[in-house]
Design a protein around this ligand. Sequence first.
Ligand code: NAD
Length: 492
Amino acid sequence: MKNFKMRIGEHWSDAKSGQRFESLNPYTGKHWASLPRGGAEDVDAAVRAAHHAFKHGPWSQMTATQRGLLLHKVGDAIAAHAEELADLEVRDNGKLKAEMLKQMRYLPHWFYYYGGLADKIQGDVTPFDKPGIFHYTTFEPLGVVATIAPWNSPLLLAVWKIAPALAAGNTVVVKPSEFSSASTVLFAQLCEEAGLPPGVVNVVTGFGPEVGEPLVKHPLVARIAFTGSESGGRRVYENAAADFKRVSLELGGKSANIVFEDADLDDALKGVVTGIFSATGQSCMAGSRLLVHASIHDAFVERLVTFMQDVKLGDPLEATTQMGPVSTQPQLEKTLQYIQIAKDEGARCVLGGQRSKRPGTEHGLFVEPTIFVDVNNDMRIAREEVFGPVLAVIKFDTDEEAIAIANDSPYGLAAGVWTRDLKRALEVPKRLEAGSVWVNAYRLVSYLAPFGGFKSSGIGRENGIRAVYEYLESKSVFINPTPGVENPFVLG
Ligand code: NAD
């Protein structure tokens, strides 16, 4: 068993209560890590440390250029420890090592990008409309930012928040998921080694109600950046509303991957498989609804089933494994429940549809890759997020119908469009209610490209230049250089 501590100010701490909790390896079915079970007192200590660092620490005295250079060093430290970070994540969430390593090797770019941006956040002088008045706008950091992340891409999703928040001059208290905290704890150590002053990055481990709630409600927290479930997001939004705290929410999805009859079907097949079965379906942007044109439906589904039935399930650390376990016991139960619901509602299961009985998967939380056809968009399997390796296939006849089905969802996180027709490639994305649309691609993300959801998929955007303004407050300064002169334009 590996023992971890939390990072609060300049200390590596246990929980004040002395309690700990354990994290399960979903492949072996055994607990592998022990972490402090934080509570409200630990949250208070971490927020106060972050607040002190923001107001009085060396961080508050640094120029934006100095801050940016430190962020570069954090990026370098992540790059140097990518393999170690990936190993920790695989043990916690069972995702493929290959995918986690790719993520960890890409992660430094968030620090390079936002580190570079730190000293390019400029205000402006306004050509003011009232004579004699000098007006300018500046941008100021908010203070303590709370970041709350889920278990599926633990560090990536935390860094999407931490990098722009720090570039803007804030300090952070990071709450990782109780299912996957280890990589975030190592990240805090890397921040320390890279030279971030104490209190700039704090990590409190523990459960949503015990750490997340008091963090969101803490009076010294100015902003909350949350990624997680719809129910978690709703609770965070309600609690944050009490004090009008700034909030961004990245929530769930039921994204449509639309294959038109003129698509390159080899590419589309790969895109559909990547869309739903990568990460064992545990991706917010999973293409969990496959919309296929009626003229190619049967042949395409047949190819999909043939391809997926040979996929190798097994140890996520093995390079030859193609699909790992689902990450958590609750997620396993939820996935199996949705499979049953789909069967009960009349969808036809053409692949999988059960817990895996394959040799080598018996100790882990494995579900067979599952495909349902004869799905209509009113079924729960088409409306609700499963967050597992379950694909719902829906047939359509016209472009209008495909767009209507895709948009008929409470969610609006992402969508895929597969076509060789330039007009469709331009027109369809315009009409889809989704924060990200990929044409002849799926699951692409970048530090350069805004990411977030329409409708119940969330509020706000992460990544790209504008994300940094989500961690800044603008200030309008009006200077009357000739006091005493009556100003006839004052309104009030
Ligand atoms: P979750 O909501 O259960 O937990 C997410 C985080 O919130 C955890 O750290 C948890 O401890 C914390 N939390 C729970 N209750 C809280 C509360 N009342 N106050 C404060 N914090 C609280 O979600 P999960 O099961 O860990 O993650 C899966 C969900 O995340 C899926 O719905 C998925 O779609 C979503 N997700 C969204 C994105 C995106 O960018 N849109 C990315 C990945 C995952």
